[in-house]
Design a protein around this ligand. Structure first.
Ligand code: MLT
Length: 267
């Protein structure tokens, strides 16, 4: 997407889209992607809202931090971006998967800046020991062999079978994003996810409006798990997107955007 802007935080350049005007919404992408997974939502919501969609540290056009990037660091980067943009009013934060893990950290660290939380295809639980161990293997492998390794393993699990059949170009778009992502950015975020804290016990304390959205065929963060999360958050709204998988906002942009639009009108 054209018109990306950049700001610098402790020597690292971070790129973002800032479009439209009105109440701010922050769209936070999943792993190992960039802001463009939200293109459908950026287009739609910038007609009525101020849409901010960053490339997280290590992804898209943003600079890289080698080693480990914790979810808290990503959350603090978002707060720094809001400071840079001089946005003082609370924002709606919409995060997908890793973007949701970051949203939980944003809640912990910057709750006063939140108007509402939109959690797409994500989980509150931390990694199982097996999943965390696997992240270390993936991090080493991607640094050794390249980003295509992650594309090969993840893409079949990112989309619903219906999407892979009917919209194969989406899988190719995502593959292109992943193979053009620096392995150091992928490894650092994978190691950060492996270390993330469990947020499950804190769900009942979320006291801002929340919407949870999940693709019916999400193979990574399944409907049943998100239903339990939605039940735990007081007053949360829960929306299942038919025929979509983990990448619901990309697979069925209109359905996901309709759920988000309805939520935003009510908060
Ligand atoms: C994502 O979509 O951000 C990833 O699937 C998250 C994860 O690997 O846990």
């Amino acid at each position: 997407m054209a018109n990306m802007k950049t700001f610098t935080i402790n020597g690292t350049n971070l790129s973002f889209v800032d479009r439209g005007g009105g109440r701010p919404i922050l769209f936070v992408h999943g792993f190992p992607l960039d802001h463009s997974m939200w293109n459908g939502q950026i287009e739609r919501f910038s007609a009525r809202y101020r849409v901010i969609a960053p490339d997280l540290r290590g992804f898209g056009q943003s600079g890289i931090s080698e080693g480990v990037v914790e979810m808290a660091q990503f959350a603090d980067d978002l707060a720094a971006l809001l400071d840079f943009l001089e946005i003082d009013e609370p924002v709606a934060l919409c995060g997908l998967s890793m973007g949701g893990y970051i949203a939980f950290q944003f809640w912990r660290r910057h709750v006063e800046r939140l108007r509402g939380l939109i959690l797409c295809d994500t989980r509150a639980a931390k990694d199982t020991p097996e999943a965390a161990a696997n992240r270390l293997v993936v991090a080493e492998k991607v640094l050794r062999e390249g980003s295509h390794i992650v594309a090969e393993t993840m893409i079949p699990r990112l989309f619903s079978p219906v999407t892979l059949q009917n919209q194969p170009h989406l899988a190719e778009e995502i593959r292109q994003i992943i193979v053009h992502t620096d392995p150091r950015g992928i490894a650092a975020a994978a190691l950060g996810m492996a270390r993330r804290a469990d947020f499950t016990a804190e769900l009942s304390g979320i006291n801002c409006p929340a919407l949870l959205v999940v693709g019916q065929h999400d193979a990574i963060t399944p409907v049943a798990e998100m239903q339990v999360m939605a039940n735990a958050i007081p007053g949360a709204k829960f929306e299942i997107i038919p025929r979509a998988g983990h990448m619901a906002p990309l697979e069925r942009p209109d359905a996901v955007s309709a759920a988000i639009a309805d939520f935003l009108q009510r908060i």
